[in-house]
Ligand binder design. Structure first.
Ligand SMILES: [Zn+2]
Length: 206
């Protein structure tokens, strides 16, 4: 995943409000919301101090690092009683955001999921298509890019629904307020299906 980490955690934080806003006052809720959304890009901070093509080799791109990090926050929650609800919620959203990031990276590019048991990179599917010489074109035609389109569309739908409703976003309202966007997303999907299953096989068979 290249661009969709931020909108993915935005959608996740809005969909999981009930799980993390218990016992928080208004100010704390806003802090947890912002940190949770930012947590979706935290692992990529390693790109600042490592070459971009190998930044996923850092501890920030391993699930166990974030488990330990959030374990420390929970330990602090045991000591600092007045802020316990806030710290527990922060640990929850940081773990959720960072793990979501790693999962999205693992689908298409590969992540060392099982450190310290194994140093191997784990990936759900093969590397992006190599149909053309130009990697940008290959990337645009790849399922990874379509997935990013979906994530951005979902974020736009949540944003739109929140503006016309309240803080909480219910699924029926999401569909009702976004019919046009759903239609456009469906048409884009259709175009990709045509390309992958009709155009590409025809071109490669001649
Ligand atoms: Zn990443």
């Amino acid at each position: 995943m290249m661009f969709a980490h931020l909108p993915a955690s935005y959608v996740t934080m809005n969909a999981t409000g009930r799980l993390w806003d218990r016992g928080l006052d208004e100010k704390e809720r806003r802090v947890v919301y912002a940190v949770g959304i930012a947590a979706g890009i935290f692992p990529d901070i390693d790109g600042l101090f490592m070459p971009i093509h190998q930044h996923r080799a850092s501890p920030l791109h391993t699930p166990v690092f974030w488990l330990a990090f959030c374990g420390l926050i929970l330990t602090a929650a045991l000591v600092v009683r007045q802020r316990r609800a806030l710290l527990v919620s922060l640990a929850f959203v940081i773990l959720m955001g960072a793990w979501l990031h790693l999962l999205l990276d693992a689908i298409f590019v590969g992540v060392r999921m099982f450190v310290p048991l194994s140093d191997d990179y784990f990936r759900f599917r093969g590397s992006i298509s190599k149909r053309f010489d130009n990697w940008v074109v290959n990337y645009l035609l790849d399922p990874m890019f379509l997935t990013e389109v979906y994530v951005f569309a979902a974020a736009a739908m949540v944003f739109h629904t929140k503006r016309s409703g309240g803080f909480r976003v219910a699924f029926p309202a999401l569909v009702n307020t976004n019919r046009k966007l759903l239609m456009v997303t469906g048409m884009i999907t259709l175009a990709y299906m045509l390309d992958w299953f009709v155009v590409y096989p025809l071109l490669s068979s001649t």
